[in-house]
Write a protein that binds this ligand. Sequence first.
Ligand code: HEC
Ligand code: HEC
Length: 370
Amino acid sequence: MKRLFTMVLPLLLTACGDASLGGNGNNPQVGSLPLSIIEPADNPSTNEKIALGRMLFWDPILSGNEDVACATCHHPNVGYGDNLDVSMGVGGLGLATERVSGALVLRNAPTIINTAYNGIDEDGNYDPSATVMFWDNRSVSLEAQALDPIRSLEEMRGEMFTEEEILPEVVFRLSQNSEYISMFTDAFGDSTINEERIGKAIAAFERSLIANNSPFDRYARGDNSALSQQQIQGLNAFIDAGCNACHSGPMFSDFQLHELPVDSNHKLVSEGISDNGVNNTFRTPSLRNVELTAPYMHNGTVKTLREAIVFYDDMANPGGDPDISQLDFEDVDAETIDAIEAFLRSLTDQDFDKSIPESVPSGLNPGGNI
Ligand code: HEC
Ligand code: HEC
């Protein structure tokens, strides 16, 4: 079988004359994303299913008070995240940093671009029906994940419905809508509307949000001119330091949970909300399109990309993760930090679907009250 992705081999990294891998040669490699995605056997993508999923993603009919859509917090204008430290759901008004007075969500909204590849290992293998979702890996597969925000009190459900009531209510609403009935029929072959099909359609839409042709991808596939000298220097520094002990593979994530000494978010603390993840651990976030999704970390307490890099400089051993104590990143100079920042920006691919529907079948505002 033809390999559709490329790993950056140590030899490729000698472009700036630095062949040393800083003793981190045992860490997993990083590399380009595959050009195609793997779909679950029971949910092949079709144009009709993606079109339906896109409507469901934008339509606030999925929320209890019909005021919040998936796109409220995963909006293409802000890289399919929301640029807030932690998201604001039910009852809120406005988009991204303009958003006010919504219910506070525990965590920072990750981008959903490239979530089709979640779980991919350094050899390019992953099982789309078993792939982990969320900062604590608590949900498995895009299909299952898509129903979680609808059930969540703060994100979409609101006070009007219980967790048990909300999905039957959403199915009922969609079943009353002739446009949805015809879209479900086109997508699934008959007019049945149920929770499983909602999850499948949204997942198929999410799998269409791909950005796999960043300058770094082109470099890893052999175009030596795709990165600047500074970016190549940054890539080398990233590997020398051992960042790829965790930020590895084509998504720059091992999809494992780690403990890092991230500050508490004072906004949450003052509301009496605490979030310890799973024993203080959170999943290594992908660094794909990271430039677009500030602020950073599970609770958004790190404001800029530069701050996120400096965070690792001289990090006190949290007594948690051995990969952190092995980081070779103490007292790095400003030039190296600049180079790593330039390299992380080379992981940006702006060529993803940014289209916003003019209307959704419910007639409500696409994206909710934004
Ligand atoms: C109120 C804001 C908000 C809304 C609305 C929302 N999300 Fe999210 N989304 C988040 C936050 C915050 C997280 C991280 C939550 C966590 O890790 O516990 C997240 C995580 C995700 C992830 C996991 C990504 C990953 O790499 O692990 C996916 C996929 C996702 N959302 C899709 C959706 C879909 C589909 C909908 C609509 C059905 C939706 N979201 C509605 C805020 C929101
Ligand atoms: C031990 C594993 C590990 C190592 C080594 C590591 N990281 Fe991370 N990184 C993580 C985890 C886990 C998070 C999220 C932590 C949290 O939110 O609690 C993270 C977050 C980040 C973020 C923020 C991304 C976002 O979307 O919020 C950036 C940028 C980043 N790391 C860059 C680096 C760089 C640069 C290095 C090397 C100097 C590095 N990391 C080394 C595990 C690691």
